[in-house]
Ligand binder design. Structure first.
Ligand code: PEP
Length: 257
């Protein structure tokens, strides 16, 4: 039985002060969070403040990126050692905004995945096709490629602990989500690919989220699906009440599954 996981990606939103306001409004619902794992990935500047408040609670802290070197002359980058020091448990890697705006390649993302594990940070590896790739019938090919290259040479015991987020690029921040059936179909295929190419037990154990315009009104539909274990949430995670509603909806959806 895979524990559902809902992760907030604040992207480049929220000052430290706005982060504080979110925390003050976000209910620390112990019972709910024992059933649904919750992680928040704030901006780097808000990591310390958010992390201090959630330390010793059930809310985990995540970063939105790392540079795959412990320290050095890499102006503007952030080291895994620094993220660990602030209490991060997770790190988002391969987000489509980094792949497409900052031209990150699968082999560079693979270096980051390896580096994350070396520092006991669990990667949330994002994969997904663009609209053009979807229209050309390439969804499967793109996802397989991103998984195989992104997860090359990772130990199976590590693979089972990480999180994969299937995020069709056309659904991110657009308000147009994939239907629950479409997401389930692709995520089931991703699980098969992992089973055939990496490891059967990993395919069973690995949590795979859907991401792309998830809101309180559609989370239940996704969570009713057998292969969907949670959501990576951007826009709707910026308000404490809507993020909390999504977490409640995630539990509700799994109960109705
Ligand atoms: C994301 O940033 O990963 C994301 C899914 O964003 P949104 O929920 O706004 O589509």
């Amino acid at each position: 039985m895979r524990k559902p996981i809902i992760i907030a990606n604040w992207k480049m939103y929220k000052t430290v002060e706005e982060g504080r306001k979110f925390i003050a409004e976000f209910p620390l619902d112990k019972e709910l969070f024992s059933e649904v794992e919750v992680a928040i990935c704030p901006t780097f500047t808000a990591l310390q403040t958010v992390g201090e408040v959630f330390r010793n609670t059930d809310v985990k802290l995540g970063a939105q990126n790392l540079y795959p070197v412990d320290e050095g002359a890499f102006t503007g980058e952030i080291s895994p050692v620094m993220l660990k020091e602030l209490g991060c448990s997770y790190v988002i890697l391969g987000h489509s905004e980094r792949r497409h705006i900052l031209n990150e390649t699968d082999s560079f993302i693979n270096r980051k995945v390896k580096c994350a594990f070396k520092h006991e940070l669990l990667p949330i590896l994002c994969i997904g096709e663009t609209l053009e790739e979807r229209q050309k019938g390439k969804t499967e090919e793109v996802c397989i490629h991103q998984i195989i290259e992104g997860l090359e040479d990772i130990d199976t015991k590590d693979l089972a602990r990480m999180v994969l987020a299937y995020e069709p690029v056309w659904a991110i921040g657009s308000g147009i989500n994939a239907s629950a059936d479409e997401a389930e179909e692709t995520i089931a295929l991703i699980r098969d690919v992992i089973g055939e190419n990496l490891d059967k037990e990993v395919a069973e154990k690995m949590r795979i989220q859907y991401g792309g315009s998830v809101k309180p009104g559609n989370i239940k539909e996704f969570m009713k699906k057998e292969n969907i274990d949670g959501a990576l949430v951007g826009g709707a995670s910026l308000k404490a009440d809507s993020f909390y509603e999504i977490i409640k909806g995630a539990r509700g959806g799994k109960e109705e599954e």
